[in-house]
Structure formats: structure tokens, C-alpha cells
Design a protein around this ligand. Structure first.
Ligand code: SF4
Length: 263
């Protein structure tokens, strides 16, 4: 098979995660660009991210709860689009529930930090760089400059906390962002802060050269395989109960002959 679509121009940390979980999922999402129906959890996450982006773009002294909530109607308009409402079968009651849950997350966020004290270099910061012939692209939720003058990558998480003994996977995406920052801005962030804004907890980890290099090596290796699979015209499927239950393409995948486990 030869793909009629061009190979994506770059690899983002989230697409890398797709590829690592299952190359066929990457094929569907990034090469064939098959639509993925919106999910409730992802929509709520986008909703909250939208409010935080607007809030943190305002003057530091004005970033209070009332200002944050004033962006809720904007989030309703831009995130709860017609197609999202259709995918979620969202009626007025469903919308009210989603807005209430998002508002609760926003309230929790204000218990975690005072946004008036946040000094940042950008929100929803788009970075791209080619490292070792691998074109990388990513959008950072926030890049802070802390009181010591160091850069800190801040990533909002609206889902559950990882297991107590969270492993390297939890930080893998953001460590690749750190390498992107270093390549693009000439400065490696000192730390990564994951803010679990639905739970009110933050976990942090320092960025080391070893870790940043390891993430780049993973991305370089994945990009090389992606190009190979693309040239071959097929990305292998990697079905497993864990991977497939979070996949939007189970029907397409089954129809292609893959034995997808029931969820
Ligand atoms: S259903 Fe499973 S095997 Fe198929 S693309 Fe999705 S994750 Fe891969």
C-alpha cells in the first residue's frame, strides 16, 4: 500500500506517545488523519486549558478567580463546538455538568498557586526544532521563569494522578519539551512541574542532560521507524487490552483484520 497522504512534517510528544503505544494508531491519527470523536474527559481538559491560557495571558496583578471565571463563556464558545456537542451528545444538562466540573477544577487550581505570582515566558508556547535530523514540534502549556531565574516547564493535567510509584513515563513527554526548549531557546529548563489541577497536587522533577538526551534518542529512533513504515505502506498494529481500550480507532482497526481485544 502507498499512502496518498504526505508524511507529517514533524513529531510532537503526544504523537510520539501514540506511536510508542501502537504504530497503527499513529498511522490512523497522524498519517491518514482519521477524525477522532471528542471524548468527555479530553473536552473538559481542553476547556480548563482554555481558561488557564486566557487567565495567564492577563496582567499578573489581575489574575483572580473572577477573571478566570469570566473566560468560561469564551471556553463554551470555542471548545464546545457543534461537532464536539454532537460527539458527546451534549444537551443543556450535560453542558451544565461539564461547566460545573471545569469550575471546580479552576477553584482547585487557585488552592495550588497564586497566578498573580507566576512569571512566565509564554503560555501555549509553540516550539519547533530539528534535532539530529528529526523535526520536533510541541505546544507547552506554560514556560515559567522562577525566582532563581531558571526556566520551569509547567504542564496542567486534568486527569487522575499517576500511581504512587510513578515512573519515567509520567515525565517522558515533558522531558522532550525540555530538549525542544534547549534547541530553540538555547536554555534547558531546570525543572518540570506537573500540576494535577483536578486533584490539587503537583509533582516535580529536575531535568538533567542525561534525561533530555534519552528523550531525544527515543524520538530520533521513532522518527526513523515512522519513515520506514511510511515507505513500506504499513504501520504494524500492537493490540492489547490496555492500549486498545483508549483507542478511538477500534472499529477501523477491526475492519482491517486486526484482532482487537474487547474492552
Ligand atoms: S485498536 Fe489497538 S491495535 Fe488498533 S490502532 Fe488502536 S491501539 Fe492499535
Amino acid at each position: 500500500m502507498t499512502f496518498s497522504q504526505a508524511l507529517p512534517k514533524s513529531l510532537s510528544p503526544s504523537r510520539l506517545q501514540d506511536f510508542q503505544a501502537c504504530p497503527r494508531r499513529y498511522q490512523y491519527a497522524s498519517v491518514e488523519r482519521l477524525a477522532q470523536p471528542a471524548s468527555y474527559a479530553a473536552t473538559k481538559g481542553r476547556f480548563v486549558h482554555h481558561v488557564f491560557e486566557k487567565l495567564l495571558a492577563e496582567n499578573a496583578a489581575e489574575r483572580d478567580r473572577d477573571l478566570a471565571l469570566s473566560f468560561v463563556p469564551d471556553a463554551v464558545e470555542h471548545v464546545l463546538t457543534e461537532s464536539v456537542r454532537r460527539d458527546l451528545d451534549l444537551d443543556a444538562q450535560g453542558e451544565a455538568r461539564l461547566v460545573a466540573e471545569a469550575t471546580s477544577i479552576i477553584d482547585t487550581y487557585f488552592t495550588m498557586e497564586d497566578p498573580c505570582e507566576v512569571s512566565h515566558e509564554g503560555v501555549e508556547l509553540r516550539l519547533s526544532a530539528t534535532i539530529e535530523d528529526t523535526p520536533l514540534f510541541g505546544i507547552l502549556d506554560r514556560l515559567d521563569r522562577d525566582s532563581d531565574g531558571d526556566l520551569v516547564i509547567v504542564d496542567y493535567k486534568t486527569g487522575s494522578l499517576p500511581n504512587r510509584d510513578y515512573d519515567a513515563k509520567t515525565f517522558a513527554n515533558t522531558e522532550l519539551y525540555a530538549a525542544l526548549c534547549e534547541a530553540k531557546l538555547g536554555e534547558r529548563p531546570r525543572r518540570i512541574r506537573l500540576m494535577y489541577v483536578a486533584k490539587g497536587e503537583t509533582i516535580e522533577r529536575p531535568v538533567t542532560e542525561v534525561l533530555a538526551r534519552a528523550r531525544v534518542a527515543t524520538a530520533v529512533s521513532a522518527w526513523s521507524k515512522i519513515k520506514g513504515f511510511y515507505d513500506d505502506g504499513a504501520f504494524p498494529a500492537n493490540p492489547s487490552r490496555n492500549t486498545c481500550r483508549f483507542c478511538a480507532y477500534t472499529a477501523t482497526c477491526r475492519a482491517s483484520g486486526v484482532s482487537v481485544p474487547a474492552s
